[in-house]
Design a protein around this ligand. Structure first.
Ligand SMILES: [Cu+2]
Length: 139
């Protein structure tokens, strides 16, 4: 039943913005007093090149970051616009591009809404599953 609701939700989002779809969205839980987390997703583009301009979360604040090694240290840098290639995809995953999530508590097993804003495709809101803090891939 949950799967069915999720599938029909994606169908609605897909109808509004047929060329860009956001799938496999997930975030990590926060533990104790922790208020910072990270989120990931796959962005599939069946149309012309687009750009991801920002991501919002229904329960706090979020920004797009890139993890990059600099002088042997992992650093996180804000990304102003993430290029989504024509007829291609962009994957936000641990160790690379990610959604930095601040000022919120996230409980494992629940879900939260992420809103992706694209230059051409506009806004796409999808549910993101909240995974254990140790997760390295979509639950
Ligand atoms: Cu970050």
């Amino acid at each position: 039943m949950r799967g069915l609701i999720f599938a029909s939700f994606l169908l609605v989002a897909g109808t509004a913005h047929a060329e860009v779809a956001v799938t496999d969205a997930w975030v990590r839980e926060t533990i104790g007093a922790g208020r910072t987390s990270a989120g990931y997703a796959r962005i599939v583009n069946t149309g012309p090149a687009d750009r991801l301009l920002g991501v919002g979360i229904s329960t706090g604040t979020a920004e797009v970051h890139e993890s990059r090694e600099q002088n042997g240290m992992m650093r996180m840098l804000p990304v102003k616009a993430l290029e989504i290639p024509a007829m291609g995809e962009a994957v936000l995953k641990p160790g690379g591009y990610h959604i930095m999530i601040m000022n919120t508590g996230l409980k494992r097993g629940e879900s939260v809404e992420l809103t992706f804003t694209f230059e051409k495709a506009g806004r796409i809101t999808v549910p993101a599953k909240i995974a254990p803090i140790t997760a390295t891939a979509a639950p």
